[in-house]
Design a protein around this ligand. Structure first.
Ligand SMILES: C[S@@+](CC[C@H](N)C(=O)[O-])C[C@H]1O[C@@H](n2cnc3c(N)ncnc32)[C@H](O)[C@@H]1O
Length: 263
């Protein structure tokens, strides 16, 4: 079987996996935002990295149910959300109607968006990079989509990281029956199996790190790269919804926000 065919199958599997997750996606703390303190923490992170909206044209890639797209809208960006899952997009559009936000939600592949090149002033994404099939080509595409002076913001984490601290937290948590049957996102055994099957075959199958992302962005020609690995303000704001062990786990995980500019 050719490489292209293999990739096609993997992409389909990722898309189907997220489509199945759409229904319950917003129920999890860490996905949807449930408190003003968390919302404020996100506003601060976004503004510090890419500045105020001021009507700038933003593309939120892998927008899912539109959580980040709505933050961008609130901050005054002219926002388009792009995702390849119809069910995720349906949720995002529902929310947009309720919140009366005029975000445009469109279907597409974040690795090859089919959007006009050189037209966006800002590109954002949360929790996309770790499942990219061809991240270097994707980042080159984002570079091409941006106007000169445009900004990229990547928020992600190493979900494969299995150091002793995470192992210990998981072990103690399981003693308290926190991870029984379903995991913290409400995924059943089959969903977790699919998740692991996908994770074994994506580019960052050992987990994505800020160092690896910065290396790729630098190679492509991005400048003014800024890396933030302390997301504790956001995690503290999420703590109540996450519960003690999940909060603890998140606190030791390598999570990061990286912004960069197109010269
Ligand atoms: C973990 S969710 C994150 C959603 C949203 N960014 C957030 O943080 O709330 C991942 C989303 O990425 C989408 N996705 C993954 N790979 C994609 C791709 N290549 N193109 C478009 N969407 C993609 C999935 O459909 C899913 O909605």
């Amino acid at each position: 079987m050719s490489e292209a065919r293999n990739n096609y199958k993997l992409r389909d599997e990722i898309k189907d996996y997220w489509s199945l997750r759409a229904e319950k996606f917003d129920l999890s703390a860490g996905h949807e935002i449930f408190t003003q303190s968390e919302r404020d923490a996100w506003y601060q992170l976004i503004t510090e990295h890419i500045g105020a909206g001021k009507g700038r044209k933003a593309l939120d890639l892998a927008s899912g149910t539109g959580v980040i797209s709505h933050l961008l809208f609130d901050l005054g960006f002219q926002t388009t959300g792009l995702d390849w899952s119809e069910t995720m997009l349906a949720k995002a559009r529902e929310k947009s109607e309720i919140r009366k936000s005029d975000i445009k939600f469109i279907i597409g592949d974040a690795e090859n968006t089919m959007q006009p090149l050189g037209t966006f002033e800002v590109i954002t994404m949360r929790h996309l990079v770790w499942t990219l099939v061809d991240p270097k080509a994707a980042m080159q595409h984002w570079f091409d989509l941006l106007q000169s002076g445009g900004k990229l913001l990547i928020v992600d984490g190493n979900f494969k990281q299995a150091d002793w601290r995470r192992k210990l937290i998981k072990m103690v948590a399981s003693l308290f029956s926190m991870f029984e049957g379903k995991d913290r996102h409400g995924r059943d055994a089959q969903m977790m199996k699919t998740h692991n099957h996908i994770l074994q075959r994506v580019y960052f199958n050992q987990g994505v790190t800020s160092v690896a992302v910065v290396e790729m962005l630098t190679d492509i020609g991005f400048k003014d790269i800024s890396v933030q690995t302390d997301l504790s303000t956001i995690h503290r704001a999420q703590a109540k919804g996450l519960g003690f062990f999940k909060f603890l786990d998140r606190s030791v995980q390598h999570r990061f926000a990286i912004s960069a500019s197109k010269p």
